[in-house]
Design a protein around this ligand. Structure first.
Ligand SMILES: NC(=O)c1ccc[n+]([C@@H]2O[C@H](COP(=O)([O-])OP(=O)(O)OC[C@H]3O[C@@H](n4cnc5c(N)ncnc54)[C@H](O)[C@@H]3O)[C@@H](O)[C@H]2O)c1
Ligand SMILES: [Zn+2]
Ligand SMILES: [Zn+2]
Length: 359
């Protein structure tokens, strides 16, 4: 059977072409990828060819939010078999460096990350992947949900590190897929009240439907970061005591990071999940210092798939409604184009492969 794939070229074009089908090496499985979620970073790699030091120097298959079915196992793979449904953990760390030794494998400098040049991603029918870095899916978790485990993993890492508390207020900046998952995860963690911000009213309307107990705040572009931060605080009550103990920043936009620093109560935590410009010059340094605000960061995830699977399988989180559009693998290019235009009102767009692949 052919192996259609979606590739980004070094000169910022999208190509839908046949890719080779590789045999699984020792310790690997050959998967049929059944679903891949499209991420804002995929669009970024296509349009600008880079994110920070990650540069697309040649053709590379996109895709890192994926699930699939095992078609064949390589030598030495004993705990998986043909027909197993799995989610893909896309980053394969070296296992040898000091960060890997410390269990912080997400900080490995030698990670081979699917969908980031030169490592081909999951927007293809047949992909090999180390068996250690796939996670078996329970029967009640669909392939679509399996693909959502990757953005959920990002949020899981942020929430773990921020440490949310029952009955404490949380604000979430940005109602894209990451912010929306953070909203649902904060709700499931017992945080209350919840305020979510965006500049785009349609995204806020979706957030309100998705987690009805939340309050939405449309960022006022006439106000500065402090003005917006104070307005967000007021939604929690007139006394700063009730202001959010944690702000989950899910935009990576500089003004929003500054707003988060003014929205959090003194002594609280701003968890920067969003990523943005290399240098941010306008950080309110003295405010953060005097208020002893903990400004924390996460880089992707480590050891988050098992607990993310448990959340979906155990009914703690229902993320299915985030999928706004679905395209067959052969039309993956149209899916990327849809995501690249924010006016289309998409939330999470999936590329799926319904055919039953054979070898
Ligand atoms: N740290 C990590 O490991 C990691 C992993 C995955 C994604 N991310 C980052 O998380 C962020 C969110 O991802 P996403 O897929 O939801 O992206 P997205 O672009 O779909 O969503 C971002 C949302 O922020 C809103 N926004 C823009 N400016 C704003 C402002 N000033 N105030 C409030 N809202 C504003 C946008 O309208 C949009 O709805 C991105 O920066 C992404 O790169 C980080
Ligand atoms: Zn992503
Ligand atoms: Zn390493």
């Amino acid at each position: 059977m052919p192996n259609p794939s979606l590739q980004v070229t070094a000169d910022h074009l999208l190509k839908q072409i046949e890719a080779p089908v590789l045999a699984p090496q020792r310790g690997e499985v050959l998967l049929q990828i059944k679903a891949t979620g499209i991420c804002s970073s995929d669009v970024h790699f296509w349009k600008s060819g880079r994110i920070g030091s990650l540069v697309f120097e040649d053709d590379c298959i996109l895709g890192h939010e994926a699930s699939g079915v095992v078609l064949k196992v390589g030598e030495g793979v004993n705990d998986l078999k043909t027909g197993d449904r799995v989610a893909v953990e896309p980053g394969v760390p070296c296992g040898l460096c000091f960060m890997c030794a410390d269990g912080r494998y997400n900080l490995c400098a030698d990670v081979k990350f699917s969908g980031v040049y030169p490592y081909h991603g999951t927007m293809q029918r047949y992909k090999t992947h180390p068996a250690h870095w796939v996670h078996r899916l329970p029967d009640n978790v669909s392939y679509a949900e399996g693909a959502l485990l990757e953005p959920l993993s990002v949020v899981m890492n942020g929430i773990r590190s921020a440490g949310l508390s029952l009955g404490r207020g949380v604000a979430i900046c940005g109602a894209g897929p990451i912010g929306l998952i953070a909203l649902a995860a904060a709700r499931a963690s017992g945080s209350h009240p919840l305020v979510i911000t965006d500049i785009e009213p349609r995204r806020l309307a979706f957030a309100k439907e998705f987690v009805p107990s939340c309050v939405t705040y449309q960022v006022n572009t006439q106000l500065d970061a402090e003005g917006n931060g104070r307005a967000i605080q007021k939604l929690f009550g007139s006394d700063e005591y009730f202001a959010p103990e944690t702000v989950l920043e899910c935009t990576g936009v500089e003004t929003s990071v500054c707003t988060a620093a003014y929205a959090v109560r003194r002594g609280g935590t701003v968890m920067a999940i969003g990523v943005g410009r290399a240098i941010m010059n306008n950080l309110p340094f003295m405010h953060i210092s005097l208020a002893e605000i903990k400004l924390k960061f996460i880089n992707r995830y480590r050891d988050t798939w098992p607990s993310s699977i448990a959340c979906l399988s155990g009914g703690i989180l229902d993320l299915k409604r985030l999928v706004s559009h679905t395209f067959p693998l052969e039309q993956a290019k149209d899916a990327l184009e849809l995501v690249s235009d924010t006016r289309n009102g998409s939330i999470k767009v999936l590329v799926v492969d319904e055919v039953e692949a054979t070898l």
